[in-house]
Design a protein. Structure first.
Lengths: 404, 167
């Protein structure tokens, strides 16, 4: 048994990493729905989910059970093969793209083996991501077409036109970053931003590439079919757009795919424009390494305090437990400096990703939907020229003053 | 049999089956989907030869942009199931023998070439991103720019043709 494990260690480590990442991503997805409902609710002076579990924290579980147990009728006249293929494709492609994201600078040393954080470290990282994004149009378009129904067809048509238009701007907008880094590899792109460790936040790509960042973020939101670009599923016009005829778990698959691509886009924004796992502070400010503990300790204590005065018995038990775990994590970080050093990269990366996810939800709570012709003229007449201009300006600047 | 060769055969079989399915399927969308399978299998073959850039571009351009346009147009026109007709006389007399002859020529050319089939199945032997860009933007810059200009002309022409008459 042990010899078998040793002989196939590489494959086993990969399988474990994939399973772990899938578990984490799906859990984060579930709680992202909770987070979104809660934040949008508070923006609209409501409470949001608060019945299932303390603060509605078990709502995602209830939703998941509901999706699994609901009846899943197949409408008459659908194109069977494509109808079943579409949600599978959407989910599989969305989950695949997460595999390319690196989650931390240092590999984990376990029993003499280096385990990198992240699954695939590709030379063509960003191109591979774009290839996957390019294919993910089919999930939506085919779902719309195969349902044999008017509203889904309109949704599918809209989404394929929208995604093809915005993909151009999406691809052009990162060329500036690629020129600065001189590589497609995501790790190289982050390391290129760490060239002057003392500059901290000022060394990030977002400053020289502010135009590129603007184009990238807008185009990426459009690619994920989120507000204000959610025309493929505009509920006030098209019922539910491309997934009108889908029920139960097939519907959930589209939902998970959408939230997963939100996470991927947040990761990409962070990595390409906001320095990935780099700290915003200059490298010599070592006292900022205690920031994770400074955030975790009060947060854990607050959760304990909140749990004790919670009205239900269940909340009184669960919340202090979770709070104690968070406080313990903060204490461990102070007690073991090696762990603290290791956690710095992932801490900043995840923190920035969380900020972008919040921006996503914030936009949903704030912005109205585009009209269709506005969407098209915005994409073709503003985003694409601006991103091309950004490429020209960046190339010229690099020619004049060098990449750094 | 090396793993590379096994992967090659799987991808090659996928490409050939996809191409056959493209012809056999009677619905345009299914044909388009088969063509996407062919494109992705080809991208896999490029990856096997170590040219990651070409593989990614193959998927982005062909699998993503061009095939999405195909699917979009098929959906927009709401093209129905095509009807089967009997093989036309011309196809029986000229088409099938010509196809067989073409296959024979190609097979003979491949069999006679000096490079063994496995020579390409090695990582890193084909052009990487840097070499491709040097070739495009240095050695062949004039043909490349000329092609871009041609495409631009075609786009402008398409827009002129598609424009509604102003009344």
């Amino acid at each position: 048994m042990i010899s078998f494990l040793n002989a196939n260690a590489t494959i086993i480590i990969y399988l474990v990493k994939i399973a772990l990442l899938l578990f984490i991503v799906l859990t984060v997805n579930a709680y992202l729905t909770w987070f979104e409902r809660k934040v949008v609710a508070h923006m609209q002076s409501r409470w949001g989910p608060h019945r299932v579990g303390p603060h509605g924290l078990l709502q995602p579980l209830a939703d998941g059970a509901k999706f699994l147990l609901k009846e899943d009728p197949t409408p008459a006249g659908v194109d069977k093969f494509t109808y079943f293929l579409a949600p599978l494709m959407a989910l599989a492609l969305a989950l695949t793209s997460i595999a390319i994201i690196p989650f931390g600078p240092e590999p984990l040393h376990i029993r003499g083996r280096d385990i990198t954080l992240g699954i695939a470290d590709l030379n063509i990282g960003i191109l591979a991501l774009f290839a996957i994004t390019a294919l993910s149009v089919y999930g939506v378009a085919l779902a719309g077409w195969s349902s044999n129904s008017k509203y889904p067809l309109l949704g599918g048509l809209r989404s394929s036109a929208q995604m093809v238009s915005y993909e151009l701007a999406l691809t052009m907008s990162v060329v500036g970053v690629l020129l600065l880094a001189g590589s497609f590899n995501l790790r190289d792109i982050i390391n290129a931003q760490a060239h002057h460790p003392e500059r901290g936040i000022l060394g990030w790509n977002v400053w020289p590439q502010i135009l590129g960042f603007f184009c990238f973020f807008v185009a990426a939101v459009a690619e994920t079919n989120r507000v204000p670009f959610d025309l493929p599923e505009a509920e006030s016009e098209l019922v539910a757009g491309f997934h009108t005829e889908y029920a139960s778990f097939k519907f959930a698959m589209f939902f998970i795919a959408e939230y997963t691509s939100m996470i991927t886009v947040s990761c990409l924004c962070t990595i390409m424009f906001f320095g990935g796992w780099l700290s915003p502070f200059p490298a010599s400010w070592t006292f900022t390494h205690y920031l994770p503990s400074v955030i975790l300790l009060p947060f854990g204590l607050w959760v304990i305090w909140d749990g004790i005065r919670y009205e239900t018995i269940f909340g009184k038990i669960i919340l202090p437990g979770v709070g104690a775990a968070i406080t313990a994590m903060g204490a461990v970080l102070i007690a073991f400096p090696a762990v603290n050093e290791f956690i710095q990269g992932p801490f900043w990366l995840l923190g920035k990703i969380f900020v972008f996810l919040f921006v996503y939800v914030w936009m949903r709570g704030t912005l109205p939907r585009f009209r269709y012709d506005q969407l098209m003229s915005f994409g073709w007449k503003l985003l694409l020229p601006v991103s091309i201009a950004n490429v020209v300006i960046t190339a010229f600047a690099i020619l004049m003053w060098g990449a750094r | 049999m090396t793993p590379q060769l096994a992967i090659f055969f799987v991808l090659a079989a996928l490409a050939v089956l996809g191409a056959l399915n493209l012809i056999i399927q009677r619905h345009p969308i299914h044909s388009a989907l088969s063509l996407i399978v062919v494109m992705i299998a080809l991208a896999g073959l490029y990856l096997l030869m170590g040219s990651e850039f070409v593989a990614a571009v193959q998927i982005i351009v062909y699998g993503g942009a061009i095939m999405v346009l195909f699917v979009f147009v098929i959906m927009l026109l709401n093209a129905g199931v095509e009807e089967r007709t009997n093989v036309s006389k011309l196809a029986g007399v000229a088409g099938i023998p010509l196809a067989v002859a073409l296959l024979g020529f190609l097979a003979a050319a491949i069999a006679r070439s000096n490079e063994s089939a496995q020579a390409g199945v090695e990582s890193g032997t084909l052009a990487n991103t840097k070499e491709i860009s040097t070739m495009l933007f240095k050695d062949f810059v004039y043909p490349f720019e000329l092609t871009s200009f041609l495409i631009l002309v075609a786009i402008v022409g398409a827009i002129v043709l598609a424009q509604r008459e102003k009344s």
